[in-house]
Write a protein that binds this ligand. Structure first.
Ligand code: MCN
Length: 780
C-alpha cells in the first residue's frame, strides 16, 4: 500500500461534506417532494394477526370528499409477489405474498386496500371508511410455540410453520464432549427489536402513461434492487425505471428490502393514468409494516475442561421469521450460525437453527443482522464459563483465542487476519490507565449500588462479499460493487458510486480516496449516489460493505484514471510511462521532479486531445466493478462498568470503552461516529428496547411512547480506541465498521450487569423491573 498522504487523504479526520446541508435543514427527503397534482396514498391494514377476509367494501371510502380512488388486490395486477432473495438451505419454504393481500391475513399491519386522495388527511379518512369483514383465526407469535404440535398454522406450504432448518455439525460431537469437566447450559433470548430510523419509509411514484417510464423516489438503502424488483413485480422493463434514493434519514438494515408499498405506488400511478402519488409511513405503521430484527430463542451448551479450554458448543435456535419472508429473512440466522464460534477455537460443533413462521411482522436485516445474536450468545456463555471454572473473564478468553491466521472456522468462515489478544490487551491497558471513573464507582458503591464490569471480545463478518459466497449462502444477489470516476477538463472529479449511503458519510470518504490516489483536493470531488439514471448498477449500502467493496471500486477506478493520465503526462514530458513517477497530484520523470505535469494539466490534455499519445483514447471516465476475494472480519474488545440500584433495579453505565480493529481507517472521525452509533444501538438492546406482541398477535409497541429508544441522556460517554490489523482482501486494507458497535455492545453491558449482580444470566432488555425482580429472587 502506498497511500499518498495529502491534506484530505486517507487517514485524515475530515469533516463530513454531507453535513452542512443536513444540519441547516436543507436535506431533501422523500416527503419533501412536491409535484403538480400529487395524490396521497393511505393503506388499509389488517387489525388482526390472523384472519380470513370475507369481504372488503370500498364504497364508503369513495364517498369521502377528496378521495379519488380506492383499490383492493383484485384491482391491481402484479406479476410476482414481494421478493425474498434468500434460500440458505435450498429447500426453504417461501410463501408468496402479493403486495395487497386477499383471502387471508397473517399479521397486524398487512395491507389489504389502498385509498388515493388529494390530501393525506382525506386519504386517511377514506381508509377509515373502508369496511373489511374478517373471520378471526387463532394466532401464534413465539417461534418455539409455533413449532409445537397443534400450533396455529400459517402457510400450507410450511407444515409445522417451519421455513427451513440450518445446521453446522462436526462428526462425533457427543463422544468428543462426553468427558467435559464443565458444561454451561443456558437459554438466551435475543429479543425482537424495531429499527426506528428517524425518517420512516416513504415513496413518490409517477408512471408516464405515454411510454410506461417510471420515476420512483423512495427511502431505500439499495435503489438498484428496487429498480429490478419493480421491473419483476410490476412487469415493466428495467430500462424504463428510474429509482432515486434522495437523502435517507437512517436505514439500519430495514431499508435494504423492497416493500409492498413501493410496488403498489407504481401500480396506482399506472392505473390512474400517470398521476404522481406519494406515501409517507406514519410512525405507528413503521412499528409494524417495516421489518423487525433479532427475535431468537437460543439454547446453548458450552463444553470445556476444568481449566477453561473449550471442547464443544451445542446450540439450538428458534429464529422467528414473522408471517412472511422479507428480502433476506431466512439468511439472517445463517449469519448467527456462521459467526457462532466468535473469536475462539471451538473444536466441536452441533448447531441447528429452525426458521419459524409466526403471526408477527417479518424479521430481516437490522444493524448487525445475525452477528449481534452470535456475539451475545458466545460472549454470554464465555462469561458463565469463567464463573464455573473460577477464572477472570479475560483469562478464559485468552486461553481460547484463535491465534493463527488465516483461520477457517467450523462454520466455513475464513478469517483472513486478526489479533484478538492485541485488542484485549489494549482495552485492559486503557481501562487501567484512566482513573477518572474511580470517583463515580466509589460514589455508586457509597450509595449502596452494586457495581460490575463486563468484557466482550467480538468478531464479525462484513464487507460482503464475494459473489460466489453469496451464491453458496443461498442469496440471489451478487457481492461486487461499482464505481465510476470521471475527471473533468478542469481537473475536478466526479465519483458515481453504487453504494447508497444514508448516514455513513460516503461522499466524504470517497473524496478522501480520490485525493489520496489522484492528488485532487477533497473539495474538488463531487460524489453522486442513489440515482439509477446516473449510476452504474450498484448493490447499495448494508452489511458494512461500502468501504471494503465500494470504496475499493472507487480506488480501482481512480487507479485507472491515474494510469491513463500517466501515459498522457509521459507523452507531454517526452518520456516513457514507466519512467514517470506520480506524487501529490503531479507526474514527473524519475529523478527530475523540477519539470512535471499536474493531474489537472493531464486532465485538460486528455480532454482537449490535440496531442494524444499513440493508442490512447480521449477523455477520462472509468467504471469498475470490484468483486472481493473474501469478506472482512473486524474485531475488538469492549469493556464497560455499570452501577445497579438495588432499590429500583435501574442500571447506569458508568464507563464504556470500545477498542476496535477495522484495519486501515479512511476517516477516523467517521469511524468513531459509526462506533458511537452502533454502541448506542447495542446498549439500547441491552437495557431498553423490546418489541412485544400479545398472545393474540397485537403489537404492544405502536409508537415511541411504548418503544423505549434511549436518548443522549441515557447513554454514557463512549471512549474509542483502535488497533490496526489490515485486511488482505482489498488494497485499502480496510474492514467494515458500520455495525461493529452494535455487535459488541449488548453482550458487554449484560456481562457487566450479571457481574454486578453475581448472576449467571439475565435476558435483555435489562429494564428496572426485570433487574429488580432478579435481585429480589423473582423471575430471571
Ligand atoms: N470507514 C473508514 N475506515 C474503515 C471502515 C469504514 O473510514 N476501516 C468509514 C467508511 O468510509 C464509511 C463509514 O466508515 O464512511 C462506514 O463504512 P462501512 O463500515 O463500509 O459501512 P457502510 O458504509 O456499508 O454502512 C453500512 C452500515 C450498516 S450495515 C448499518 S445497519 C448502519 C451503519 O452502517 N446503518 C446506519 N451505520 C449507519 N449510520 C447511520 N447514520 N445511519 C444508519 O442507518
Amino acid at each position: 500500500m502506498s497511500a499518498v498522504r495529502t491534506p484530505g487523504g486517507i487517514g485524515v479526520a475530515m469533516l463530513r461534506k454531507e453535513d452542512a446541508e443536513l444540519i441547516v435543514g436543507k436535506g431533501r427527503f422523500v416527503d419533501d417532494i412536491q409535484l403538480p397534482g400529487l395524490l396521497h396514498l393511505v393503506f388499509v391494514r389488517s387489525p388482526h394477526a390472523h384472519a380470513d377476509i370475507s369481504s372488503i367494501d370500498i364504497a364508503a371510502a369513495l364517498a369521502v370528499p377528496g378521495v379519488v380512488a380506492a383499490f383492493t388486490a383484485d384491482d391491481l395486477v402484479f406479476q410476482a409477489g414481494v421478493p425474498c432473495g434468500s434460500d440458505p438451505t435450498g429447500d426453504a419454504k417461501k410463501p408468496e405474498r402479493m403486495p395487497l393481500s386477499s383471502g387471508r391475513v397473517r399479521m397486524v399491519g398487512e395491507p389489504v386496500a389502498v385509498v388515493v386522495a388529494e390530501s393525506r388527511y382525506a386519504a386517511a379518512d377514506g381508509a377509515a371508511a373502508v369496511v373489511v369483514d374478517y373471520d378471526i383465526l387463532p394466532a401464534v407469535t413465539d417461534a418455539e410455540q409455533a413449532s409445537l404440535p397443534g400450533a396455529p398454522q400459517l402457510h400450507e406450504i410450511a407444515p409445522g410453520n417451519l421455513c427451513c432448518t440450518l445446521a453446522a455439525e462436526t462428526p462425533g460431537f457427543d463422544e468428543a464432549v462426553a468427558g467435559a469437566a464443565v458444561v454451561v447450559r443456558q437459554r438466551i433470548v435475543n429479543q425482537r427489536l424495531t429499527a426506528v430510523p428517524m425518517e420512516t419509509r416513504g415513496v413518490v411514484a409517477q408512471v408516464n402513461p405515454a411510454n410506461d417510464e417510471v420515476t420512483l423516489t423512495t427511502s431505500t438503502q439499495a435503489p438498484h434492487f428496487v429498480k429490478t424488483f419493480v421491473a419483476i413485480v410490476c412487469g415493466i422493463s428495467e430500462a424504463k425505471i428510474r429509482v432515486i434514493a434522495p437523502d435517507v434519514g437512517g436505514g439500519f438494515g430495514v431499508k435494504i428490502a423492497s416493500y409492498a408499498e413501493e410496488f403498489i405506488a407504481v401500480a396506482v400511478s399506472r392505473k390512474l393514468g400517470g398521476a404522481a402519488v406519494k406515501w409517507t409511513e406514519t410512525r405507528a405503521e413503521n412499528m409494524v409494516a417495516t421489518s423487525h430484527g433479532r427475535d431468537q430463542i437460543q439454547d446453548v451448551e458450552l463444553y470445556a475442561t476444568a481449566d477453561g479450554k473449550l471442547l464443544g458448543l451445542r446450540v439450538h435456535i428458534y429464529a422467528n421469521m414473522g408471517a412472511y419472508l422479507q428480502l433476506l429473512s431466512p439468511s439472517i440466522p445463517g449469519l448467527t450460525l456462521g459467526m457462532i464460534t466468535g473469536t475462539y477455537v471451538i473444536p466441536n460443533l452441533s448447531c441447528t437453527v429452525d426458521n419459524v413462521f409466526t403471526n408477527t411482522t417479518p424479521t430481516d436485516a437490522y444493524r448487525g443482522a445475525g452477528r449481534p445474536e452470535a456475539a451475545h450468545l458466545i460472549e454470554r456463555a464465555m462469561d458463565i464459563l469463567a464463573r464455573r471454572v473460577g477464572l477472570e473473564p479475560a483469562e478464559v478468553r485468552r486461553r481460547n483465542f484463535i491465534g493463527e491466521f488465516p483461520y477457517t472456522t467450523l462454520t466455513g468462515m475464513v478469517y483472513d487476519s486478526g489479533d484478538y489478544a492485541a485488542t484485549l490487551d489494549e482495552a485492559l491497558r486503557l481501562w487501567a490507565l484512566d482513573t477518572s471513573a474511580v470517583a463515580a464507582r466509589e460514589q455508586a458503591l457509597a450509595a449502596g449500588k452494586r457495581v460490575g464490569t463486563g468484557l466482550c471480545s467480538w468478531v464479525e463478518v462484513c464487507g460482503i462479499g464475494p459473489s460466489a459466497v453469496m451464491k453458496a449462502s443461498g442469496i440471489s444477489a451478487p457481492g461486487w460493487e461499482s464505481a465510476t470516476v470521471r475527471l473533468h477538463p478542469t481537473g475536478k472529479a466526479t465519483v458515481i458510486t453504487g453504494t447508497s449511503p444514508h448516514g455513513q458519510g460516503h461522499a466524504t470518504s470517497w473524496s478522501q480516496i480520490i485525493e489520496s490516489r489522484l492528488g485532487i483536493p477533497f473539495d474538488d470531488v463531487e460524489v453522486i449516489h442513489g440515482d439509477t439514471a446516473f449510476a452504474p448498477y450498484g448493490l447499495g449500502t448494508y452489511g458494512s460493505r461500502s468501504l471494503a467493496v465500494g470504496g475499493t471500486a472507487v480506488w480501482n477506478a481512480a487507479e485507472r484514471i491515474k494510469e491513463k493520465a500517466r501515459k498522457i503526462s509521459a507523452h507531454l514530458l517526452e518520456a516513457a510511462p514507466d519512467d514517470v513517477d506520480f506524487e501529490e497530484g503531479r507526474f514527473f520523470v524519475k529523478g527530475s521532479p523540477e519539470r512535471g505535469v499536474t493531474i489537472q494539466e493531464a486532465a485538460y490534455a486528455g480532454w482537449i486531445a490535440h496531442d494524444m499519445p499513440e493508442g490512447v483514447e480521449p477523455g477520462f471516465d472509468e467504471t469498475t466493478f470490484f468483486d472481493p476475494p473474501n469478506m472482512t472480519f473486524p474485531f475488538g474488545s469492549h469493556l464497560c462498568e455499570v452501577a445497579v440500584d438495588p432499590e429500583t433495579g435501574k442500571v447506569e453505565i458508568l464507563r464504556y470503552l470500545a477498542v476496535d480493529d477495522c484495519g486501515n481507517v479512511v476517516n477516523p472521525m467517521i469511524v468513531d461516529g459509526q462506533v458511537h452509533g452502533g454502541v448506542a444501538q447495542g446498549i439500547a438492546q441491552a437495557l431498553f428496547e423490546e418489541t412485544v406482541f400479545d398472545d393474540a398477535g397485537q403489537p404492544l409497541m405502536v409508537g415511541l411512547v411504548d418503544y423505549m429508544i434511549p436518548s443522549a441522556a441515557e447513554l454514557p460517554h463512549i471512549q474509542t480506541a483502535r488497533t490496526v490489523t489490515p485486511t488482505l482482501v482489498n488494497p485499502l486494507g480496510a474492514k467494515g465498521v458500520g455495525e461493529a458497535g452494535t455487535i459488541a455492545a449488548s453482550a458487554v453491558v449484560v456481562n457487566a450487569v450479571c457481574n454486578a449482580l453475581d448472576l449467571d444470566h439475565l435476558d435483555m432488555p435489562l429494564q428496572p423491573a426485570r433487574v429488580w425482580a432478579a435481585l429480589n429472587g423473582g423471575a430471571r
